[in-house]
Every structure is written in C-alpha cells, then in structure tokens.
Design a protein around this ligand. Structure first.
Ligand SMILES: C[S@@+](CC[C@H](N)C(=O)[O-])C[C@H]1O[C@@H](n2cnc3c(N)ncnc32)[C@H](O)[C@@H]1O
Length: 235
C-alpha cells in the first residue's frame, strides 16, 4: 500500500470511529429487547426466504428476522419507506398474509429536501424495486416515487399493520418518517426501523426523539433493527 493510500485508509478509519462514537451516545439510550420476548413463539415459525445481500440492502441475518416478523404478524397491509432494490419488499410480500398489499416508497428522481447523510446517496431511480419486478408477488406491490418529507401519507392513515422505515438516514428524516409511520399504523400495528446501529448516527438520534416523546421503541438485539409494537392487534 502506498503512503497516500495508507493516509486515506487512516482517515477513513478515523471517520468510522467518530461516526460510531456519535451513534453509541444515542444507541445506549434505546433499551434492547429480544425477538422471542417481543413475539412469543416466533422461534417455531418457518419462513419463505430467498435473499441476495447487496451493498445498501439487508444482511442475511436481518433478512431472516424481517421474514420471521412478517410470518408472525401476517400483516395484511404493509408500507415501506425506502424501497432500495426491493429485496426487503420481496421478503415482506412473500411472508405476509394471503392477499396482503405492500406499498413502497423511494425517491426516484425527486430531490432530498432534508439533506443526505455523507456517503449515503439515494439509489438511482432505474434500480429501485428491481428485485421484485417480475416475481410472483409483484402484483401485490405498489411502487411510489417521491421524497418521504413531501409525500402525502394521509390516504394510508390508520391502515397499516406493518411499516418498515428504511429510507434516508439523517435524524430529521428519521423523525419525519417515523411520524409518518406512526400516523399510518392500524391498531396493533408494528414499526420496524433498519440501520439502528453504529454506522448511522442519524437513525439512533431520531429514535431517541421518539423515545423522549413516550413511544416505547426498542433495539432488536442481535440485529440492526429497532421496533415499536402497539397494542390492539390480534397477536
Ligand atoms: C437502505 S436503502 C433501502 C433498502 C431496502 N429497504 C431493502 O430492504 O433492501 C434506502 C433507500 O432509501 C431511499 N431514500 C433516500 N432518501 C429518501 C427519501 N427522502 N424519500 C424516499 N426514499 C429515500 C434511497 O434511494 C434508497 O433506495
């Protein structure tokens, strides 16, 4: 490795350490919970899972956990903020209730009105949703394009059994997307956030705001997810 490469690598390591330190200050305020306590009996379930891990997508372990949560809740209506290539959308649609509908939103060509976390550029519009295009569940999925900070969520108010928040990673976006998610929840609905970990301080920061407002958000131990279950559902 050349001296210039070594300096570049050293700067990157320092960047990661600083980012992790910022995240840790927020993460420690979010209580942890384990999957089997939140979803009693989930360990007995089987899931449908074919997953390709991509740079901005879910690691295999978290893909399995998302599939398990869907198999447990059997949601009839799902909203995802941040489609990406659509691997998560495909997992949720494949493990939801028969006849379930999935709405999924990504930026497309719209500008990010609340800014972008460094190193986290929106996905190019052509790649959005490519994982579920042409699959047997594609007909159950409605794709929306637009900035989540400007999107009109009101048609979905109070209707969603599961909301998966996995869009922009700044704290402002996480707060706004979380408010949208809360507004869309049906009684007994569940919100899952991705990227509640050391690499995305904006996610843990946004979630501590939710905690401060009285929402019992929990880090899902052994995963990058955070979760909020509300009461009133059948499970
Ligand atoms: C981490 S990826 C989503 C991964 C996907 N949920 C999965 O499970 O594979 C985040 C996505 O959020 C999108 N995004 C970023 N800012 C957004 C915004 N303001 N509104 C909607 N989507 C946004 C990006 O374009 C990107 O595709």
């Amino acid at each position: 490795m050349s001296a210039a490469d070594q300096r570049g690598s050293g700067r990157h390591q320092l960047f990661l350490v600083r980012r992790a330190a910022r995240s840790a200050a927020f993460l420690r305020r979010i209580p942890g919970a384990d999957l089997q306590t939140l979803f009693p009996g989930i360990e007995r379930l089987s899931v449908t899972l074919a997953h390709r891990a991509r740079p901005r997508g879910l690691p295999h372990g978290d893909a399995f956990v998302l599939a398990l949560i869907c198999a447990y809740l059997r949601p009839r209506r799902i909203f995802e903020i941040g489609t990406g290539t659509g691997e998560g959308t495909l997992i949720m649609a494949s493990n939801a209730a028969d006849g379930a509908r999935v709405e999924t939103l990504d930026l497309g060509d719209a500008p990010s009105s609340l800014g972008v976390q460094s190193g986290d550029h929106p996905l190019e519009a052509g790649a959005v949703g490519e994982a579920f295009a042409g699959t047997s569940v594609a007909g159950a999925i409605t794709q929306h394009l637009g900035d989540s900070a400007a999107f009109d969520f009101t048609p979905f108010r109070g209707t969603m059994d599961l909301v998966f928040v996995d869009g922009a990673h700044t704290a402002d976006y996480v707060r706004g997307d979380s408010q949208a998610a809360l507004s869309m929840l049906a009684p007994g609905g569940t919100i899952v956030w991705d990227d509640c970990h050391l690499y995305h301080p904006g996610v843990s920061q946004g979630l501590t705001s939710l905690l401060a407002a009285g929402h019992p958000v929990r880090r899902l131990e052994t995963t990058r997810f955070a979760i909020l279950r509300t009461s009133g559902g059948s499970r």
